[in-house]
Structures are given as C-alpha cells and as structure tokens.
Design a protein around this ligand. Structure first.
Ligand code: AP5
Length: 232
C-alpha cells in the first residue's frame, strides 16, 4: 500500500465483547498502517502495575470485571490522543465502552486537530467484531499473553510452539487476572448492559461496520483491511 494511503487511514474504533479479538486485530491494523494501538485495558493495567493514583482507583473495579468510571477513562484517553504519534490516526481498542464515552469522543474529535481532519476524515471507522457467547468463554479461558510485549495466544485456537513461552520474544506467557470464570461472566454482562448501546449509537448514524469475529483470525483481518481501504 502506498505511503500516502497509509497516512490517510485516520482513526479506527474497535468494538466487541471481551474476547472478541479486538487486541488481536488492533495489533495487525497497527502493523499494516503504521498507527498506534490505544488499548484502554492495557493503559489501565499499566497504571495498576505502576501504582499510580489512577491505578489505585481502577484496580478493584477491574478485578470485579466492572467498568472504570467514564471521567477517569476519558481523561486518560485525552492525554494519550494528544501525543504526536496519534496525529496521522490511531486504533482505539476497548474505547468507547459506554454511550457517554462515545459522545465524549465525538466532541473531542470535532474540537481537536488531526493531520487528516481537513480531508474530512476525523470521524472514526467503527468496526464491531461479533462473536457468540460460548465461543467468547472458550477464548477468554484459553487466552495466554506474553509478559514482555503483550503478544496474544490461545491454548485452544492459537497455541504457542512451546508451552507457556512466547514464539516472538521467548518471554513467559501468563493468564490475565480478570480471565477467571466468575470475572469473565461479569465482564460479559457489563458488555451487554453498557457497551452494546454504543454499537447501536454508531449503527443509527450509519457508521458501523460489523464483521463476523467467529471466523478465523486471518479472515477477520482481511475483511477489516478491505473495509478500511475502501474508505482510504
Ligand atoms: P480490556 O483489556 O479492554 O479487555 P476486554 O474488552 O475485556 O477485551 P479482551 O482484551 O479481554 O479481549 P479482546 O477483544 O482484545 O480479545 P483478544 O484479541 O485478546 O479491558 C479490561 C478491563 O479494563 C475492563 O473489564 C474494564 O474494567 C477496564 N476498561 C477497559 N477499557 C475501559 C473503558 N473504555 N471504560 C471503562 N473501563 C474500561 O482475543 C481473545 C482470545 O481469543 C485470544 O486468546 C486470541 O488468541 C483468541 N482469538 C482472537 N481472535 C480469534 C479468532 N478469530 N478465532 C479464534 N481465536 C481468536
């Protein structure tokens, strides 16, 4: 793909339930178009690990599988989107997750300047990755993540070559703290209650592209690339 086309991709929003494959696809989109993945879950986990004021407030909420408050998350996203690497575009993975966050994002995008704003591309491409409930349970209980760089595996569907070791960087693979069955159920409930309406919000505006996330990961990636490139 030509460099000019790469630079005009602009913002991409990935919606989907926990385990739908947002992180998996965000990494591939980022690698292809040279734009950063902004995962609110990763940013929050990093704050928890560093023991920041935000991390202290978020830790117990996340451990229960509930959503962190809109104000805290929007402030965190605002700071990240103002960094220079976001100017050509970015991928939001796990944000917005409530109608209030979606409204905040629209207002923010309208008032902030991005490189592609003048070309009328400040509205994000919104991709909904749709997956069955039972498949989500399997994916989340089977997920393993590499400690060093967040590479994602699944013991059922995408196992590493050697048990508990990352193929890419050799670091240890771990189970995420919130991938325990009782927490997974709460996360899936929170998705239905609070995030499903966000998909409806974008659908009503004719801005939603839905992809069957139950297909193999490579097929899902291909469909997302096609959609993005049809709009570039
Ligand atoms: P977050 O980190 O965003 O987690 P999540 O939304 O629950 O999503 P996951 O990371 O679990 O799944 P994913 O869709 O990225 O799937 P993945 O690609 O890993 O949020 C964590 C917590 O932070 C929240 O509960 C909340 O407390 C807080 N938070 C975050 N954002 C917030 C916000 N905006 N507002 C408030 N609170 C917020 O794939 C899953 C597995 O499936 C992997 O093992 C993968 O290998 C496998 N897989 C992927 N695609 C396929 C495929 N096509 N076929 C087979 N297997 C596949």
């Amino acid at each position: 793909m030509a460099q000019e086309a790469v630079r005009s991709v602009g913002p991409v929003v990935l919606l989907g339930a926990p385990g739908a494959g947002k992180g998996t696809q965000a990494k591939r989109i980022g690698a292809r178009y040279g734009i950063p993945q902004i995962s609110t879950g990763d940013l929050l986990r990093d704050n928890v690990q560093r023991g920041t004021a935000l991390g202290v407030q978020a830790r117990d909420v996340m451990a229960r599988g509930e959503l962190v408050s809109d104000d805290l998350v929007c402030d965190m996203v605002k700071d990240r989107l103002r960094e220079a690497d976001c100017r050509p575009g970015f991928i939001l993975d796990g944000f917005p997750r409530t109608p209030a966050q979606a409204g905040w994002l629209d207002a923010f995008m309208e008032h902030e300047f991005f490189d592609n704003y003048r070309a009328g591309r400040c509205k994000p491409i919104v991709v909904l990755i749709d997956v069955d409930y039972n498949e989500l349970l399997l994916r989340l209980t089977g997920r393993r993540t590499c400690l060093a760089n967040g590479h994602i595996y699944n013991v059922h569907f995408q196992p590493p070559r050697f048990d508990e070791v990352c193929d890419v960087d050799g670091s240890k693979l771990v189970i995420r703290n919130d991938d325990r069955e009782e927490v997974i159920r709460e996360r899936l409930n929170a998705y239905e209650r609070q995030t499903r309406p966000v998909a409806e919000y974008y659908q009503q505006q004719g801005r939603l592209f839905a992809v069957n996330g139950g297909l193999p990961a490579d097929t899902v990636t291909e469909r997302i690339f096609q959609e993005i490139e049809s709009r570039a």
